[in-house]
Design a protein around this ligand. Structure first.
Ligand SMILES: NC(=O)c1ccc[n+]([C@@H]2O[C@H](COP(=O)([O-])OP(=O)(O)OC[C@H]3O[C@@H](n4cnc5c(N)ncnc54)[C@H](OP(=O)(O)O)[C@@H]3O)[C@@H](O)[C@H]2O)c1
Length: 336
């Protein structure tokens, strides 16, 4: 086993990525420069936006060229530090890229991790960016309340799962939309949603109508495309829609535009969500979410692979929508 593996781009492609677009190489463990620290990756986060970042279509990310290390955030542990604010042994979420070790400055640190707040890996899931995205949606934008119905797509994933659970904590009725019976089981039996509809079944809209007899007051959209348009006709008058993601469009510069006319008929209010807008509220969210997790009111599910070498295959699984839960790679031990 090499001391410091990393995953590099082998081919910049327009379209769905393939296994040959990545290669795993050995590299020396970097020396941190003055003001930097050396961190060791514990859990690498695989997220849909990484596909856009690789193409240079995500804020703050230049298009990668062959030989560049793939972008990514991880839960990592400080191994050596030339910055007094970070001590050896501290856990952080940082922009490390897909590497076992990285030399990073403080500007790459996204979040400090309190290991007593919950499972360490949750810092890239419900206790991190995906959880904060859900918080922004539910507590800052759509504010679902008792007597209202919220529907969320990609409901088995970390954002969708948190959106539904946070909405239930506010008293709303919550219905998930997901792509397989196994995902729907997770959504109702583990996350505790009232119902979950498999949108790959021909009669899914009939089932949705039955599940939401008074219409949909809030729709949190994680997928865009045809499903977003189809949902317009199920909205109640003056319904709210939070537009959060459109994974079908992440692979290519060709935009699959959607007709927004039906939203006019519903007098809908459409919100675009960007998680960075809620960073000021991260600490408050983490305090509450950590307590809810301890009390069993906020459940998580991970789709885990072991070892960095498996990151490309696991990423392709996410790209094909085959992940069940938060996609992560366990790269190294938590301690040691
Ligand atoms: N706006 C923001 O600031 C922000 C922040 C974080 C995340 N997001 C977005 O929120 C969404 C959910 O994120 P997440 O991390 O929780 O992801 P995720 O749910 O773990 O994974 C994406 C899921 O999307 C569904 N999907 C539908 N169409 C797809 C397609 N064409 N290709 C791939 N997957 C497809 C699949 O679930 P089904 O089989 O159930 O359809 C898939 O499992 C993503 O779109 C992400 O980019 C936005």
């Amino acid at each position: 086993m090499a001391a410091n593996l990393q995953v590099q781009l082998a081919n910049q492609r327009d379209g769905m990525p393939e296994a040959g677009d990545f290669h795993v190489v050995e590299a020396p463990i970097p020396r941190p420069a003055p003001g930097q620290m050396l961190v060791r990756t514990v859990y690498l986060s695989l997220d849909p936006y990484v596909r856009k970042a690789i193409r240079g279509d995500h804020p703050g990310h230049k298009a990668l060229v062959e030989g560049d290390v793939i972008y990514g955030r991880s839960v990592c542990r400080v191994v050596r530090s030339h910055d007094d604010s970070y001590k050896v042994g501290d856990y952080l979420v940082a922009e490390t890229g897909w590497r076992q070790h990285a030399a990073i400055g403080p500007e790459k640190v996204v979040q400090r991790v309190d290991p007593s707040a919950g499972p360490l890996s949750a810092a890239i899931g419900a206790l991190g960016m995906p959880g904060l995205t859900a918080w922004g949606s539910v507590e800052h934008l759509s504010l679902p309340s008792l007597g209202e119905t919220l529907v969320v797509s990609a409901a088995a994933g970390p954002v969708g799962g948190c959106v539904g659970q946070l909405a239930k904590l506010r008293g709303a009725r919550v219905v998930g939309i997901a792509g397989s019976p196994e995902k729907c089981d997770l959504v109702t039996k583990t996350y505790g949603f009232d119902e979950c509809i498999n949108y790959k079944e021909a009669d899914w809209e009939e089932k949705l109508k039955t599940a939401c007899p008074a219409g949909v007051d809030v729709y949190h959209d994680n997928v865009g495309g045809a499903l977003l348009v189809d949902m317009a006709k199920h909205l109640s008058l003056y319904g709210r829609v939070v537009m959060c993601g459109r994974p079908a469009d992440y692979h290519s510069s060709k935009f699959h535009g959607v007709g927004l006319g039906p939203f006019i008929g519903r007098r809908a209010k459409l919100y675009g969500l960007v998680v960075y807008d809620y960073e000021h509220d991260l600490e408050r969210y983490l305090r509450l979410a950590s307590a809810w997790m301890r009390e069993g009111k906020l459940k998580i599910k991970e789709d885990r692979a072991d070892r960095l070498e498996n990151a490309p295959a696991h990423f392709l699984k996410l790209m094909h929508g085959e992940n069940i839960g938060k996609s992560i790679v366990a790269v190294g031990p938590e301690k040691a």
